[in-house]
Design a binder for this molecule. Structure first.
Ligand code: HEM
Length: 147
């Protein structure tokens, strides 16, 4: 029975990481889309195509991955009783901030669809560094478990 449970844990952890990869891929792609999107005039055919691409990335990749990563992550945490451990508190804070970044991006998708372009390309490129830094921090926390 315990062999079965530890096997199940490894399958859940693999699924967690697979969806982390999908989520991160989407988080890296979306601000790139924003930069290209903003190059097209509001109301043009190109504008319409970018709105459609961003909508698909949001609905097919980003939102489902966020939900699945969270559910699997919390199941894993429950199984190893991570809620009492320091590294997990820090990871939780980092993933909450990353999820807030995700939400901000969803808001910007809607703004672009309304023809509002409130951020410069330079700022969008800068903001694009957020998921990379967060991912590095999270992986160190979860593998090294420094505290
Ligand atoms: C969204 C909420 C998340 C929760 C609640 C969560 C929780 C967890 C838990 C409890 C584990 C098991 C740790 C162990 O077996 O020692 C784990 C594994 C892992 N998580 Fe997450 N996680 C989340 C998101 C993420 C994100 C966004 C990343 C990367 C950017 C990530 C990367 C990893 C890695 C690399 C492992 C494997 C660690 C190992 O095998 O030692 N997780 N996660």
């Amino acid at each position: 029975m315990s062999e079965y449970l530890s096997m199940l844990y490894l399958w859940l952890k693999s699924a967690h990481l697979i969806f982390v990869i999908f989520w991160m891929a989407g988080l890296f792609m979306m601000p790139r889309f924003f930069v290209y999107h903003q190059e097209s005039p509001v109301g043009s055919a190109e504008d319409g195509k970018w709105i459609e691409r961003e909508g698909k990335l949001r609905k097919i990749i980003l939102n489902p991955s966020l939900i699945i990563v969270w559910i699997l992550g919390l199941v894993l945490a429950y199984q190893i009783d991570a809620f009492t451990q320091g590294w997990f508190h820090a990871k939780l804070l980092a993933v909450i901030l990353l999820s807030a970044y995700h939400m901000w991006m969803m808001g910007y998708v809607k703004k672009l669809a309304r023809g509002e372009r409130t951020m410069s390309d330079k700022r969008l490129r800068l903001v694009n560094e957020v998921p990379g830094i967060a991912a590095a921090l999270i992986v160190i926390l979860v593998i090294v478990k420094p505290f």
